[in-house]
Design a protein around this ligand. Structure first.
Ligand SMILES: Nc1nc2c(ncn2[C@@H]2O[C@H](COP(=O)(O)OP(=O)(O)OP(=O)(O)O)[C@@H](O)[C@H]2O)c(=O)[nH]1
Ligand SMILES: [Mg+2]
Length: 364
């Protein structure tokens, strides 16, 4: 199958409700009367968006007002369209409130979290047996998944390549207390039915993970036909070869909605602290027993977390990982704050200039 077709939203038999529309959306949309349509963003192609509407799809641009505000819809967003069939155009004029917003920090950029997708119920963090399997990377993915408000599930793909998939699952379960860890093979189909409980109709699942772990292969299996290109990992170079280049939402036969994403190269922790709390509940529970409530688990006396490491009940690497991510979060939050201060300064400068201009006009 080729990805050359620029329109990626397909015709479909679904109603808005089938696409995940709820009573809250009804309430938010009720202020629009006239030639307005509601829909859900399936795909973004540079400057146009494919939007699924009742029974079909339209390609739309974004209104000047949204553009000026820097508000661009993400895949999964519910949007309001100004439909002008006579002019052959549709324009997105509003983005309805988001239930969850899945974003990742973009290292090196000032306080800008990059939105991956909106209104996600479940995130499948996909990894693969072999070199991709890395507990530390999974902790990062978990942190951004928890911060989004969506429920994370870890999927270990390519279990056909592992001698003992259960052992791999056990390794990852140790760094993800309370999170389901499911080994599957998207190629052979082994274990894929264990994903069924997360694929209820009208729920939205996002697939994230490195390039080449088999996200698109899994979508193709769940769709029952090849809707996405996949590529042999032998073609991948050091940086990974990114076969999927645009995010896209698919409607599975059972009625779930699934978003395929390009592989992520860097996973910044972002600026939300909730993610770390969700990812390290074991460390936070231990920290309750520390003598000082602001214990950093470094040199402080009476540290219950370091005591657990010394007793062998908490792996030292997990504490290191926690400390590294906390530091990174503090750095990202500082960066975001500095960015805000700069913006604020810019704003005051602009206001000052406007006031001077007004003063000059008055004097004329
Ligand atoms: N052995 C084995 N190979 C698999 C499995 N799933 C996917 N692959 C192979 O892994 C390669 C990469 O799969 P893709 O589905 O393109 O990976 P992706 O995660 O979508 O990659 P990007 O689009 O670059 O992010 C392909 O050659 C697949 O055939 C599996 O369960 N077992
Ligand atoms: Mg892909």
């Amino acid at each position: 199958m080729s990805q050359s077709n620029p329109r990626c939203g397909e015709q479909h038999p679904c109603t808005l409700k089938d696409l995940g529309w709820t009573e809250e959306h009804d309430a938010a949309f009720s202020k629009y009367t006239g030639p307005y349509l509601a829909g859900r963003v399936a795909c973004r192609q540079k400057t146009v968006w494919d939007v699924l509407v009742d029974g079909g799809s339209v390609t739309a641009g974004v209104s000047g007002a949204l553009r000026r505000l820097g508000r661009f819809p993400a895949v999964g967003d519910f949007v309001v369209l100004l439909d002008q069939p006579e002019a052959g155009t549709s324009t997105i004029v509003d983005i309805l409130p988001q239930k969850t917003l899945f974003a990742r920090g973009t290292p090196g950029r000032e306080g800008a979290d990059q939105v991956i997708a909106a209104n996600i119920d479940t995130v499948f963090i996909v990894t693969a047996a072999g070199h991709d399997l890395n507990a530390r990377r999974i902790e990062r993915y978990l942190a951004i998944a928890h911060a989004s408000g969506a429920r994370p599930v870890i999927v270990i793909n390519k279990s056909d390549l592992a001698d003992d998939p259960a052992t791999l699952a056990g390794e990852l379960a140790a760094v993800s207390p309370g999170i389901p860890v499911i080994p599957i093979s998207a190629v052979s189909g082994e274990g894929v039915d264990r994903l069924d409980p997360y694929l209820a109709p009208r729920t939205t699942i996002a697939l994230i993970g490195s390039s080449g772990v088999g996200k698109s292969t899994l979508i193709n299996r769940l769709m029952g036909r090849p809707v996405q290109d996949t590529s042999d990992t032998r073609d991948y170079d050091e940086k990974g070869r990114h076969t999927t280049t645009v995010r896209q939402l698919f409607i599975l036969a059972g009625g779930a909605l699934m978003i395929d994403n390009p592989g992520l190269r860097e996973v910044g922790i972002g600026t939300a602290s909730t993610g770390i709390a969700g990812t390290f509940p074991d460390i936070l529970a231990l920290a309750e027993g520390c003598r000082f409530s602001d214990c950093r688990h470094e040199e402080e006396p009476g540290c219950a977390v370091r005591a657990a490491v010394a007793a062998g009940t908490l792996p030292a690497v997990r504490l290191e990982s926690f400390q590294r991510l906390v530091q990174e979060l503090a750095f990202e939050q500082d960066k975001a704050e500095i960015g805000l201060v700069r913006l604020e300064k810019k704003r005051w400068k602009a206001i000052g200039k406007i006031q001077r201009d007004i003063g000059k006009t008055k004097g004329r």
